[in-house]
Design a protein around this ligand. Structure first.
Ligand code: AMP
Length: 401
């Protein structure tokens, strides 16, 4: 279905078309009538499915630009998601008088406060900064008519839950609540329902939990051999952009320092960086100025890096949702992507569980330790015929050369 077939005002439609959106994605097609009709919504949709615009388009339509008050509230778990979300709303709302704005930790509070006083209609925020402004009376939710929890499963986890409950309790008037997430574990599902009133449900997660657009490779190595193996892999692959995830910040620092000696266009991002630095790295990666980005899980959720062709997990991620989120940074909007996860001996039992639960058909580069130990999780594993292509692809831009 095309956006032009809906009753979208011409100033919003024109902006959407300028962005190159003509056909609606499945989540947009399913969510639009529900949101427009004012229902609460619990939507399960894969990352990269177009869920930001699915929310943003009807949300912008609900705003009365004449009323100088926050009318739409979007809560997201990370600062980078906040920037990404507000940018999409800004693009869609560019020909309207609707003012979107983002508040997140690490940004200048005086600028935030001045902007909020001047007038904001749609506020996108991380929970910490939002709480800060609610406690200090900077914000009023008196006119909020729609609240969106993006990456809702993360927001409803123990660390965030109390904050989210408090934030939502500050919206006094009757409002619509929308929950969006790529994953929804059982324990979180109940909490999600406590936030919703007579919700409609959308589930666009394919039956196979791992998106079909991603090939899942695994390589079994001693930890000390991983860097050499990564370099070999890069030499054989046609890498447009690569995200390399580590489970610990110090590993991000260490790998970045080592890798940049031989490769150019390398960056790193984790929560230990200043917000200015994080934003700058995020923007550089989005605009392809950085080709290889070493990252902690701050870059694991929801972020739309449309050129990422490869995701590498330096370690097996902690939690199978985390695997889905990380690998979901590639293979977006129908493009193909590759995920490579390095496995060491002590991770084998967690890996078996992951393969089974996420219904992954693994391709092994080199030895398949699950087959070798005859401890396969019962799924057929594809074996790659030739571990690497013989010639060096675009991945080979060594700084030395
Ligand atoms: P999201 O899942 O919201 O992160 O969106 C993933 C990517 O899809 C973003 O780069 C959007 O700009 C793009 N996108 C969203 N909706 C459409 C659409 N209807 N047609 C083409 N691209 C879209």
């Amino acid at each position: 279905m095309k956006f032009s077939e809906l009753n979208i005002p011409s100033n919003i439609l024109g902006a959407i078309e300028k962005m190159g959106y003509e056909e609606m994605t499945p989540v947009q097609e399913a969510a639009y009538p529900i949101i427009a009709a004012g229902h609460d919504l619990c939507a399960l949709a894969e990352t990269g499915s177009g869920k930001t615009a699915a929310c943003a388009i009807p949300l912008i339509q609900k705003v009365d630009p004449e009323l100088n008050a926050i009318q739409g509230l979007v809560i997201v778990p990370t600062r980078e998601l906040c920037i990404q979300y507000v940018t999409e709303i800004q693009h869609i709302a560019r020909r309207t008088n609707v003012v979107p704005f983002a508040v997140y930790g690490g940004f200048d509070k005086d600028i935030d406060i001045a902007k909020l006083k001047h007038g904001v209609h749609i506020l996108v925020a991380t929970p910490g900064r939002l709480l800060d402004y609610l406690y200090s009376g900077v914000l009023s939710f008196e006119h909020v008519k729609c609240a969106i929890l993006d990456e809702a499963d993360e927001l409803l986890k123990v660390g965030f839950l109390e904050d989210i409950e408090f934030i939502l309790s500050c919206i006094i008037r009757k409002h619509q609540t929308l929950l969006f997430s790529a994953t929804m574990p059982e324990d979180i599902k109940k909490l999600a329902h406590d936030c919703l009133r007579d919700p409609r449900h959308i589930s666009l997660i394919s039956e196979r939990k791992a998106p079909a657009s991603i090939d899942h490779y695994f390589a079994y190595h001693h930890p000390n051999d991983k860097m050499a193996e990564l370099v070999k892999y890069l030499e054989a692959e046609d890498v447009k952009q690569m995200l390399i995830f580590c489970n610990a910040r110090h590993m991000v620092d260490k790998l970045f320092t080592s890798f940049r000696k031989d490769f150019k266009d390398v960056g790193y991002i984790h929560a230990g960086l200043s917000q200015d630095k994080r934003t700058s790295v995020f923007r550089q990666f989005k605009s392809m100025k950085i080709r290889y980005l070493f990252a902690s899980d701050v870059a694991g959720r929801g972020l739309d890096f449309s050129h990422v062709s490869h995701v590498v997990n330096w370690n097996l991620p902690q939690g199978r949702e985390s695997y889905t989120h990380r690998t979901g940074r590639t293979g977006r909007m129908g493009r193909k992507g590759k995920a490579l996860t390095f496995i060491t001996k002590h991770e084998l039992s967690d890996l078996r569980e992951l393969i089974f639960r996420n219904e992954i058909s693994p391709c092994w580069i080199g030895e398949d330790p699950l087959q070798a130990n005859n401890t396969s999780p019962g799924r057929k594993t594809k074996k790659r015929k030739r571990p690497f292509r013989p010639h060096l692809g675009r991945g080979k831009e060594m700084a030395k050369s």
